[in-house]
Design a protein around this ligand. Structure first.
Ligand code: SAH
Ligand code: SF4
Ligand code: F3S
Length: 465
């Protein structure tokens, strides 16, 4: 019996994870129940991503695995939604005609109507809109984890980074009202949530569109984003607030001050560099320059004791010379990132960079990529090594994925810590752990009653080139 059960596979970023929770909420409202795998589910939904070319390939590969399932059971419903669906539109149904419904980034709320239409249609039902009908936040959510929630504060992006397809797929930036965000967070806390991650393509430009409509009565000289962090600091029972991603060009000191002054805002900052070369940053249409970026890193480290800084870096942007790449290595070392997400440049149809000259040989890109990841891995290892001997608050997430004898949690800086199993180390528990050893991408520790003991301030890690 496969009917009225669903399985969702999510590709891409945290916004997509969150959208999938909303899609699951809509399906459960319609009476669907969750299935454990695509084989047994009556409805399979792929929530797709188009950020890089391999995301496209992955999706079409996975869709082809569904074809025999659909042939064996024509009652099975196959739904494809999200960013790649928005990008490929009707093309997707042509390449994978065994799908039943295709929807985009703006109309997830129409899932019930689209499924009803598919019931009587002989060909795939495709609906792609150009504008958002309603904030996905207006839909019910089915969360995977009880203590953590994603909270969307804005959708879309008003920037035009020349490599990036997101603005074409998610439209212009629209912020939710501050009161609505706070009300959602309060309701989540009432439901057992202790940690939220605020989501937006550009969280620190949050609210500019609202200010234009209503200047509000918040303190002068404070951005709406900083105001939001302060407001969330007032929510009783909310232990941790994180956010992703801020844009370096929009960074204001009031946000650093809020990260220092509001106790539940975690000492974690994701600050995407993209390139350390000013020439490439200009070609990318990223309006900050490397010196401004490094000033921000310094200000963050001076203002927020113990802050952990992560970044995104693209290697092999069209026209990148060995000197430009050398600048990326140099800035990466100076910033001493605690962790980094690194990407090989990928051509995205419809973006400006596709038309640029100087596209690089993949072998050159691959070789630079290996040099960069070698550096960022060593920086992560050095940053983690500095944590040994500290006592930090950790929020237990669940059993370790690699060692059944251990439980895993996250520090406020978002570092992964594995601790031995104890009666107290249960999911959602906030405990202290003494860090006993460090590897590149995780820490080992033991649960303790000792109070927090931060790292001794000292010089940032330096690593050989
Ligand atoms: N709005 C976020 C980023 C969203 S995309 C921000 O501005 O920080 C996440 C990351 O994917 C980007 O930071 C970038 O490093 C990478 N990315 C985006 N487009 C890419 C492309 N065409 N090729 C390679 N990496 C890309
Ligand atoms: Fe893409 Fe740039 Fe917008 Fe981020 S800020 S989503 S990289 S266009
Ligand atoms: Fe996210 Fe991928 Fe879309 S990164 S916004 S799901 S293109």
């Amino acid at each position: 019996m496969t009917a009225r059960t669903y399985f969702i596979r999510t590709f891409g970023c945290q916004m997509n994870e969150h959208d999938s929770e909303r899609a699951a909420g809509v399906l459960e409202m319609m009476g669907y129940r969750r299935a454990d795998d695509p084989e047994t589910a009556g409805l399979v939904l792929f929530n797709t991503c188009a950020i890089r070319e391999n995301a496209d390939n992955k999706l079409y590969g996975q869709l082809s695995h569904l074809k025999p399932l659909k042939l064996a059971d024509p009652q099975k419903t196959i739904v494809v939604g999200g960013c790649l669906a928005q990008k490929d539109q009707g093309e997707l149904a042509k390449r994978a005609p065994w799908v039943d419904v295709v929807y985009g980034t703006h109309n997830m709320g129409r899932l019930p109507e689209l499924l009803a239409a598919a019931d009587s249609a002989a060909v795939p039902v495709v609906e792609i809109l150009e504008h958002t009908e309603m904030f996905p936040s207006a839909l019910p959510a089915r969360r995977e984890v009880r203590h953590h929630a994603w909270v969307s504060i804005s959708i879309g992006c008003n920037n035009a980074c020349t490599f990036c397809i997101v603005p074409l797929l998610r439209g212009p930036e629209k912020s939710r009202k501050l009161g609505e965000v706070v009300a959602e967070v309060r309701a989540l806390v009432d439901d057992g949530v202790t940690e939220v991650t605020l989501l937006g393509q550009n969280v620190n430009s949050y609210g500019r569109d609202l200010v234009a409509l209503d200047p509000g009565d918040g303190p002068r000289n404070r951005t709406r984003f900083a105001e939001l962090l302060h407001a969330l600091g007032e929510v009783d029972g909310l232990e941790r607030v994180r956010f992703t991603s801020p844009h370096p060009k929009d960074f204001t000191s009031d946000v650093f001050a809020a990260m220092r002054d509001v106790p539940n805002v975690c000492e974690q900052l994701h600050l995407p560099l993209q390139s350390g070369s000013d020439r490439i940053l200009r070609r990318m249409q990223r309006s900050y320059r490397s010196s401004r970026f490094l000033d921000l890193v310094t200000e963050a480290r001076e203002t927020i004791p113990g802050v952990a800084i992560s970044t995104d870096i693209i290697v092999g942007f069209p026209g990148e010379t060995e000197d430009d790449f050398g600048d990326t290595l140099r800035v990466t070392k100076l910033a001493a990132f605690d962790s980094a997400f690194t990407f090989e440049y990928s051509k995205r149809p419809g973006t400006a960079a596709v038309e640029f000259d100087g596209h690089l040989d993949p072998q050159v890109v691959g070789e630079r990529y290996r040099r960069l990841t070698d550096l960022t891995r060593r920086l992560s290892a050095a940053s983690n090594a500095r944590q040994v001997g500290t006592v930090q608050q950790i929020l237990i997430e669940g059993p370790s994925k690699t060692d059944a004898q251990r439980m895993s949690g996250r520090t406020r800086g978002n570092r992964l810590v594995h601790v031995g199993r104890t009666a107290a180390a249960v999911p959602a528990a906030l405990l202290h752990a003494e860090i006993t050893s460090a590897a590149s991408f995780y820490l080992l520790g033991r649960v303790t009653d000792a109070p927090a003991r931060p790292a001794v301030p000292g010089p940032l890690p330096t690593v050989a080139q």
